[in-house]
Design a protein around this ligand. Structure first.
Ligand SMILES: N[C@@H](CCC[C@H](N)C(=O)O)C(=O)O
Length: 274
């Protein structure tokens, strides 16, 4: 099986080119690929498949040539991945499968437009960040209050007062499955300046990661809601994550995420390993 390894602010992915949609990608195979000791190691897998062979949803994705089949490190499926989307776009350009410019990528959350040059940062339209009201999670017995946000996938964005570095995210936050029936990505963020946030995240299906693109949109949308009216609809935010920095912009309707997308290696799994 051919693979490429890449990351966006150190949220890392095994990219599996599968243009004809012939790979049988079981949850177990994904978990083995993502295993950091016995596998290649990654927070998730990006299967690159042409929309016309992407299965029952193919018609929904008519406007895009490529479908991003994203899987978490534990093998579960997620609707969207913001860092993954930038890396996916960078892979298509570097592989000569798409030209630099602006085009749509199909995701389980719908079409998402990306724009990129022959090198450098990638910008991705992320759709609206839907603010769904209060929610909570607990960490080592301490309760954190936050905002439930949908960025195509579910988030709980919790504002804290102290530095995010002090949190222990070696264990999963607890949450009420009645409130989050599909699980949730939990972000902790602190305001460190004018429209400037720092964030850590515990991702559904992957554990603590060094960045989460949809998570940065969720925390910026929550910070905008908590801030002045002026900051609410049209604003640009800098979000520092463990793996670097991204920019989130709101234009009154939707969010836009800009950040790095880097391919670092390519290879082939040994026959029979998976
Ligand atoms: N790291 C991603 C989000 C990946 C999916 C998430 N773990 C989920 O299950 O919803 C990002 O950059 O957005």
């Amino acid at each position: 099986m051919r693979f490429v390894k890449g990351h966006g602010t150190e949220n890392d992915f095994v990219i599996l080119p599968d243009p004809d949609g012939v790979l049988e990608l079981t949850p177990d195979a994904v978990a083995r690929l993502c295993d950091r000791r016995a596998g290649i190691g990654a927070d998730g897998v990006l299967r690159v498949v042409r929309t016309k062979v992407a299965g029952p949803d193919a018609e929904r994705y008519g406007g895009a040539d490529w479908f991003m089949d994203y899987r978490n490190a534990d093998g579960s499926v997620a609707e969207m991945c913001g860092n993954g989307l930038r890396v996916f776009a960078r892979y298509l350009v570097e592989a000569g499968l798409a030209a630099p410019g602006e085009w749509d990528v199909a995701t389980r959350a719908g079409l998402r437009r990306v724009s990129l040059g022959p090198s450098g940062d990638v910008t991705a339209q992320m759709g609206p960040a839907e603010l769904l009201g209060p929610g909570e999670a607990s960490l080592a017995g301490a309760v954190f209050h936050g905002e439930r946000v949908s960025v195509g996938n579910p988030h709980l964005a919790c504002r804290i007062d102290g530095p995010v570095a002090t949190l222990d995210l070696t264990r999963a936050p607890d949450f009420d499955p009645g409130v989050f029936p599909d699980g949730v990505n939990v972000e902790f963020f602190r305001v460190v300046g004018d429209r400037h946030l720092e964030m850590r995240v515990y991702e559904r299906g992957s554990g603590e990661t060094r960045s989460c693109g949809t998570g940065t949109v969720a925390v910026a949308a929550t910070a905008a809601k908590l801030g002045s009216d002026e900051a609410r609809d049209v604003s640009e935010w800098t979000v520092d994550v463990l793996g670097g920095r991204v920019t989130v912009a709101f234009d009154g309707t939707a969010a836009r995420l800009t950040g790095p997308a880097v391919l670092v290696a390519e290879g082939e799994t040994r026959p029979g390993w998976i």
